[in-house]
Every structure is written in C-alpha cells, then in structure tokens.
Write a new protein. Structure first.
Length: 268
C-alpha cells in the first residue's frame, strides 16, 4: 500500500510525460504509408534517419545551433553570475530598486521587444550575423541574475571577510570563492540559457539568412517530397535527432547540480 501511494503518482506522471516521446520515436520508424494508421511499424525504417540528416543538411545547421546556443549560454551565465554576485554581496545606493527593475524586465514578453530590437539591429547592420545573440548574452538574463543573487546571498559573510584580510578584491573573491562553489546555479542557468536559443525559431528565422540560420528553422522547411507534401515520419526522425544534443547537455550539466547538492562544503 505504501509503495502504491508513494510511487504510483510518480509512475503515472512519468508515463504521461513519456507517451509523446514514445509516439515520436515509434513514428520515426514507420513508412510514410503507415503514418496515422498502424500503431507500430511493420518493419523499422532506419532510412528515415538518413533522409532526416541528408534533407536538412543536419551537420551544418546543427553546428550553427551549437555555436549560437553555446556562445549565448556561456556569456549570459557568466555575466548574470557577476551581476547576481554584486546584488547579493555588495551594498550601494538604490541597489534594491535596481534589482526590482531587473526583475521587471523579466516580466516583459520577448515579442513586445522584438520589433524595436529588429529595427535597431537592422540599422546597425547586424542582421544575418550572430552579434544579436552575443549582445543579448553580454546583457545577462534577468532569470539567471535572480537565481545567482538568491544563491550567493546564502553564502556566509565570513568568507568575504577572510578573503579581504588576505588582500583579495571583489573580483578575485568572485572568481576564486563564489564562482567555483556555484555549480548548481551555473548548471541550472546554463540549461535554461542553452535551451532558449536551441529551441527558438522566431528570432533566427527573421534575423538570419538561410545558410547562417539554425537547425530549428532549417527543419521547419526541409522535410517534404518533390510535390511539397510533408514527410511526417522523416520529420519525427529529425525531431529525435534534434533532441539528442539537449539530452546530452542536460546529462552533463546534471552532474554539477547533484554534486552541488551532495557536497555542502565550500571550496577555495
């Protein structure tokens, strides 16, 4: 009875979340004629994966997405960690009001900001380049700033005092004490920042031309027969390949989250 009440809801929730992924995987192995009729493929069609890679020029556009997502995530996490550290550990006039202003920008939908941003980038000649994402990364993320601010605020003040006695300045304290011990916050924010760019379709579709665009934009138009009819089974195969880097990145970042939870000591 205890097993049922404890693990039953977890198994039900896991099943509900896994069913769409299972459907995508099964559909990716069907013939096009079996789409929408057979529950399981009569014979697995691994050719769908070859077509998904060939039709979308998968390697080229996946490399574009990886570079863009990785560059933005790295810059946004680093800048947000530094800003969150400043809000958490240093006093200053108007600090709390400024932090509220940062949180207020978090509430503004991206679509509201898109038109003025597009006009600005077009006038600066930055369309069809990756500079918009670099500039967004250098501006940090309100969500990540909030996350780091809350995380760094829990550190004991004695760490700063001891480092200052040894002659360390604020930047050195951040780099040698706070950043090495921010594994969970770094991993969590990196996952969200990476996902935001990897899964985005609108901004790359409007800011980048065809050769420089991301995998999400390329896949939206790549899977069709010569008559323009969609190839649903090949599309599902492309979706499976599309999420594999996300799973790998999450599995890599999850280690730092778990390590930060298990180890409670402070390095440095």
């Amino acid at each position: 009875m205890r097993w049922t009440t404890t693990y039953g809801p977890v198994l039900i929730a896991a099943t509900v979340f896994a069913l769409p992924l299972f459907w995508v995987l099964v559909t990716s192995l069907k013939k096009q004629s079996e789409y929408g009729s057979a529950l399981f493929p009569a014979e697995p069609q691994w050719l769908n994966y070859e077509l998904a890679v060939a039709l979308a020029d998968f390697a080229h556009f996946a490399a574009n997405s990886l570079f863009l997502s990785g560059a933005y995530a790295f810059l946004a996490v680093l800048v947000s960690a530094l800003v969150g550290y400043g809000f958490a550990r240093h006093e200053g006039p108007g600090r709390n009001k400024l932090f509220v202003l940062v949180l207020a920008t978090w509430m503004v939908p991206n679509l509201v900001l898109f038109v003025p941003q597009f006009v600005m980038f077009a006038r600066l000649g930055l369309t069809n380049t990756y500079w918009p994402w670099i500039l967004w990364g250098l501006g940090g993320s309100p969500f990540a700033i909030f996350l780091f601010r809350q995380f760094f605020a829990s550190f004991p003040r004695e760490l700063d005092d001891a480092a200052e006695v040894d002659g360390a300045g604020p930047l050195r304290i951040f780099l040698q004490i706070y950043l090495p011990n921010a594994g969970p916050a770094l991993a969590a924010s990196a996952i969200f920042m990476f996902l935001w760019v990897w899964g985005d379709w609108l901004y790359p579709a409007l800011l980048l031309h065809q050769d420089n665009t991301t995998l999400a934009v390329r896949m939206a138009n790549a899977y069709a027969d010569p008559h323009g009819n969609p190839l649903q089974t090949v599309t599902m195969a492309g979706v499976v390949l599309y999420v594999l880097p996300l799973i790998a990145f999450f599995a890599f970042a999850q280690r730092f989250i778990v390590r930060g939870i298990v180890t409670t000591g402070i390095k440095g």
